[in-house]
Design a protein around this ligand. Structure first.
Ligand code: AVI
Length: 320
């Protein structure tokens, strides 16, 4: 049953979008499929499991920073804001902020429909005073508020945790941040998590965990193509590879073809050499000043920045 304070807006990308982007990505060299397609129901579950892995320090470090600084964040931002969370799939971290911030409404936007609906209903049940306007959308394409979202007395505040900004290339990140700057408008804020550059061994382990959960997350993309696009990927013929590319300042994830093979996807044939890869994700890591300089190109200035005790992860408060 839908909670009375939930409005659900469905701009979900169609199966045709998935097919078109996958086919375009497999035709090009090097082959590349954007990471947003990891997050079907299974992929979202696997991602939640990743966030609890011992090697994946990002989530724990960010939660530590948010919990330690929630009161300070609320003091700087003020109450009565409109809180927007592009990619707010599990709505997990926002809970740390809600009591302090007391926004007039919360707008989570996510590509994964069922995950978003369940999470938004849960938040609305836990915070009965809060209006929730969930918007199922591909925020990398459309960054618009649902028409029902109220005009706040306080500022518009975007919350973009998890270092998801690292999944854009730097130019794409500037474009995304500029769209957020436009969304929050003059006097608006962005609270954003950005993973920091660090020792390669720590980064490599975070994206290639001993239990193989990240491998399953990456390989699920092939299973998803089998399920939804009538593809015939043989899962035993592919392997997960992830490594920190120090020159580029990014983790790269790939799916490696273990033998020469031909695969059918949505009626089209693709031939892979042994060792050839499909590049599935980049996860850029930023120094603090480096990230502030990137955000400045999108019209944001730094208001505050916090880090965890180990200095692994940064949470930036930016204002337009
Ligand atoms: C969602 N995003 C920030 C994650 C990351 O760390 O880049 C996705 C992920 N990929 C592998 N592990 C986690």
């Amino acid at each position: 049953m839908t909670h009375p304070t939930i409005e659900f807006h469905d701009l979900h990308p169609t199966p045709a979008d998935f097919a078109a982007e996958v086919l375009a990505g497999l035709r090009r060299r090097p082959r590349y499929i954007p990471p947003k397609f990891f997050y079907d129901a299974r992929g979202s579950q696997l991602f939640d499991a990743i966030t609890a892995l011992p090697e994946y320090y990002l989530t724990r470090a960010e939660v530590e920073v948010l919990a330690a600084n929630a009161a300070e964040i609320a003091r700087r931002v003020g109450t009565g804001s409109l809180l927007v969370e592009p990619g707010g799939g599990s709505c997990a971290k926002v809970r740390i902020l809600l009591e302090g911030l007391r926004p007039c409404a919360y707008v989570p936007m996510d590509i994964s429909r069922e995950h978003l609906r369940a999470a938004a209903e849960q938040v609305a049940a836990e915070f009965p005073w809060l209006e929730v306007h969930a918007s199922c959308a591909d925020f990398t394409r459309a960054m618009t508020l649902p028409e029902t979202a109220p005009e706040p007395e306080g500022p518009r505040v975007a919350f973009f945790p998890g270092s998801s900004i690292g999944n854009f290339d730097p130019e794409g990140a500037v474009g995304f941040l500029a769209a957020v700057a436009e969304l929050v408008g003059p006097g608006g804020f962005l609270l954003i998590g950005a993973d920091r550059k660090k020792d390669k061994a720590i980064l490599d382990a975070a994206y290639d965990d001993a239990a193989g959960v990240t491998a399953a997350f990456n390989l699920n993309l092939l299973e998803r193509m089998n399920r939804e696009l009538g593809a015939d990927f043989d899962l035993a013929a592919w392997r997960h590879r992830a490594f920190y590319n120090e020159a580029q300042g990014r983790i790269e994830m790939h799916l490696v073809s273990l033998r020469p093979q031909t695969v059918r996807v949505a009626g089209e044939s693709f031939t892979f050499d042994a060792g050839e890869t499909i590049h599935t994700e980049n996860s850029y890591k930023y120094g603090i000043e480096e990230f502030q300089a990137l955000a400045a190109r999108a019209g944001f200035e730094p208001a505050a920045v916090w880090s965890d005790a180990r200095g692994l992860f940064a949470v930036h408060l930016l204002r337009t």
